[in-house]
Design a protein around this ligand. Structure first.
Ligand SMILES: [Fe+2]
Length: 193
């Protein structure tokens, strides 16, 4: 492997700022409306506009073995029906790709699950670091009234696999909904085991 030159990343979270970055992944409601259990309610929102749900800023690090990717994710506040805005969620295509999230601002839940249908919900808030072992799919959910911002890192060569998400597929086995003003983790009524 070529010797890579060290560099520093500058970030702030109020407002969200992360430089240098080589890629911004932006997910709007139009792109991911069908990850929510009531996509028809998303369609009602889309008639009035197309809100941004998630932005991910990726550092300029080669997506190759021997590197750690570093990124910052912003999940905007909001809901589709009772279900909070969230990332699409994925699993890494490698048995050797754990990940770490460090929350900078806001609060949320980190839904995790294995292929054996074991589930775990991590708490995301300032002062928490979430460790996601290899083999655990993961989705972050913004349960607060402000943005949820976290930093993350994972082995840079591993790719994100979204193939279990979609109509008629396994999806995430748990979802997070607002009930009586508070977040509640419940079974996903549309997951197919
Ligand atoms: Fe990941």
């Amino acid at each position: 492997m070529e010797i890579f030159k060290p560099f520093d990343i500058d970030y702030t979270y109020d407002p969200a700022w992360f430089e240098p970055k080589s890629l911004v992944i932006r997910r709007t409601l139009e792109q991911i409306y069908d990850i929510f259990i009531e996509p028809d309610k998303a369609m009602t929102v889309l008639k009035k506009g197309n809100p941004v749900i998630v932005d991910v800023y990726m550092a300029p690090i080669p997506e190759e073995a021997g590197h750690l990717m570093v990124f910052m994710t912003i999940i905007y506040p909001g809901k589709v029906g009772d279900e909070y805005y969230m990332t699409k969620g994925h699993i890494h295509d490698s048995d050797t790709a754990p990940e770490v999230y460090i929350t900078l601002k806001g609060e949320g839940k980190l839904l995790m699950q294995t292929s054996n249908n074991d589930c775990f919900t991590g708490e995301m808030k300032k002062g928490k670091i979430n460790y996601i072992p290899s083999g655990w799919a993961h989705r972050a959910v913004n349960t607060g009234k402000e943005v949820l911002i976290f930093l993350g890192t994972y082995p840079a060569e591993s790719k994100r696999d979204y193939s279990f998400i979609g109509k008629g597929k396994k999806n995430f086995l748990k979802i997070v909904v607002e009930k009586d003003g508070l977040p509640e983790v419940i079974d996903n009524p549309v997951s197919v085991r």
